[in-house]
Design a binder for this molecule. Structure first.
Ligand code: FAD
Length: 512
């Protein structure tokens, strides 16, 4: 080939400077993060040894020495654990497709070191021997022992702020170990607070940069008994306190006509007011009065009418007083020195309860998410097909109860996890390719990688154990016979599946 190539038409195209690479890109491609001086020039690099023979350490490691990029998962329950195991089992093995590909580490953040099996909460709250704490609270860290070869860290703490501009999360860390783990992650990126100098920020709050972020912070029930509120020992304490008071309580008031309220009222009546097993079942001599306020026209208003009617018949059969069209408007705990609760009702009356249980729904754990990323009810506005939080920048996803698409059931978690993980893989590979060839070549490596789209199942499947051996259930929109409710859920509230969820990241309703 001649070296005298004809001058190409490129000369005639006006010069377009390429887009400034992102911070991540600069680190990985070997640039420094030097800040220009006011006149636009850069400070001359200090030669090693020129400054009194003191070696100037580079603040930004580059190339192979660069820090791994953090894939941060906030939340470690059904959604967070499923994503974490999927990442370490599958995603990581499909990355590193280019010579300049970064290394990755998985960072899981959760205020609780244990997952709470809240599926079983309606029975666990009745008495300590029905579902033992060891079954209801599953330690998270041992569930990751099988991934020992990979870089992953569990940090105990809550996310208190998310900055989509700096691509960082601020964490409130619980305990010394969490502070140490987080400092180790952030020290090379100079984000860790310097606690050696007085007056510097507390090590309890640290800021962690993320390369990709999965929001899986779920939701919190109003009652301390029904979901985690911070570390798991808060819930353990609430359950113990409830168990201690339940035997002396005479009137128990449950509020909420949805599945949690129905199940809770049923489980309390079935285990506190009856002894023995069918057909030798006997009502106790001094049964407790259990009152359920549904707040609507019938039980289970969100489901087919037949399911609600059956649930009500079973509750009444157990002696539960079911009252419709009445809402609880105020709950005055400890309103007098007896420690009882005054429950003020929408019909102008009030009822004094020895124990009150609010099963009135859940709120998303999204207080740390910027308001523009949340809908009117506080749920994270993610794309209902791709699960990306488009307004939060690249590689940010939301899955599970915290995301707006979810109807707050585990079915909506496990249907969406493969979509999140496929689209995350695509985005991470896209970044690797851009890093290796910033001017657009090498795109063929991305061929065949399409966005996966989530399609929500429109049919209802709900199981509500009410009596010891029965309950009501809808399976794919059909009301199923009572024994199936017992077999599918009621016999042990699926605690036999905790390992499947915590260690393998799979659905507790998966057929194995
Ligand atoms: C009493 C009850 C019974 C239920 N029974 C059923 C059932 O039988 N079948 C069914 O399909 N569904 C049931 N559900 C719903 C089901 O529990 C939820 O859909 C499921 O828990 C959602 O999982 P998730 O991982 O999205 O969120 P969650 O389980 O709510 O987990 C959220 C995680 O995020 C963590 N977290 C919270 N805030 C922060 C923060 N700021 N920073 C970092 N981490 C944070 C929490 O510690 C936790 O690890 C029930 C719910 C309740 C309350």
């Amino acid at each position: 080939m001649s070296s005298q190539q004809p001058r190409s038409s490129i000369d005639t195209v006006p010069y377009q400077p390429p887009d400034a690479p992102s911070d991540d890109f600069q680190v990985m491609a070997g640039f420094t993060n030097a800040v220009p001086l006011p006149d636009g020039s850069y400070e001359k690099p200090t030669a090693n040894g020129a400054n009194g023979h003191t070696r100037q350490p580079s603040r930004t490691p580059t190339g192979l020495g660069a820090e791994p990029l953090s894939i941060v998962i906030l939340g470690a329950s059904f959604a967070g654990l499923a994503c974490a195991h999927h990442f370490l089992d599958h995603t990581i093995t499909h990355l590193h497709k280019t010579p300049t590909a970064p290394r990755y580490r998985l960072v899981i953040v959760s205020p609780s070191t244990h997952m709470y099996w809240n599926i079983g909460a309606p029975r666990a709250l009745v008495a300590s021997d029905l579902i033992k704490h060891d079954d209801a609270f599953i330690p998270i860290e041992p569930a990751f022992h099988r991934h020992r070869g990979h870089q992953s860290t569990l940090i105990q703490g809550s996310c208190t702020a998310l900055s989509t501009e700096t691509r960082t999360v601020t964490l409130e860390l619980i305990g010394h170990q969490a502070q140490k783990r987080c400092s180790q992650l952030t020290k090379r990126a100079s984000q860790a607070p310097d606690t050696s100098t007085p007056g510097t920020p507390d090590a309890k709050f640290q800021t962690l940069p993320y390369h990709a972020l999965i929001l899986a912070t779920g939701s919190a029930a109003h009652s301390d008994l029904l979901s985690l509120h911070g570390p798991h020992y808060n819930t353990v304490g609430a359950l113990n306190a409830f168990h201690a008071r339940v035997s002396a309580a005479q009137r128990l008031v449950v509020c909420g006509g949805g599945p949690s309220g129905i199940e809770t009222a049923g489980q309390l009546a079935a285990y506190l007011n009856y002894t023995g097993r069918w057909p030798l079942r006997k009502r106790v001599k001094r049964p407790k009065q259990i009152v359920l306020f549904t707040g609507s026209a019938r039980c289970l208003p969100g489901l087919k009418g037949e399911a609600g009617r059956k649930a009500e018949a079973q509750l009444r059969g157990l002696g539960v007083e079911v009252r419709h069209h009445v809402r609880v408007v105020e709950v005055r705990e400890g309103f007098n020195l007896t420690g009882r609760t005054d429950v003020v009702l929408s019909d102008g009356t009030s009822v004094v309860a020895d124990l009150y249980l609010g099963c009135t729904g859940v709120e998303p754990n999204s207080q740390f998410v910027p308001a523009r990323l949340r809908d009117a009810k506080g749920y994270v506005r993610s794309h209902s097909g791709t699960m990306r939080v488009d307004l939060a920048g690249e590689r940010v996803f939301a899955v599970g109860d915290v995301a707006a698409y979810s109807r707050n059931c585990v079915g909506d978690v496990y249907g969406a996890v493969p979509v999140v993980m496929q689209n995350l893989l695509k985005d991470l590979l896209g970044y690797e390719v851009r890093l290796a060839s910033p001017y657009g070549e090498g795109r063929e490596a991305m061929e065949g990688l399409e966005d996966r789209v989530y399609v929500q199942r429109r049919v209802d499947s709900v199981l509500c154990p009410i009596t010891r051996f029965g309950g009501v259930g809808l399976w794919k929109d059909r009301v199923i016979p009572k024994p199936f409710v017992y077999l599918l859920k009621g016999h042990d509230y699926r605690v036999c599946k905790t390992n499947l969820v915590a260690v393998n990241g799979m659905s507790p309703y998966r057929r194995t």
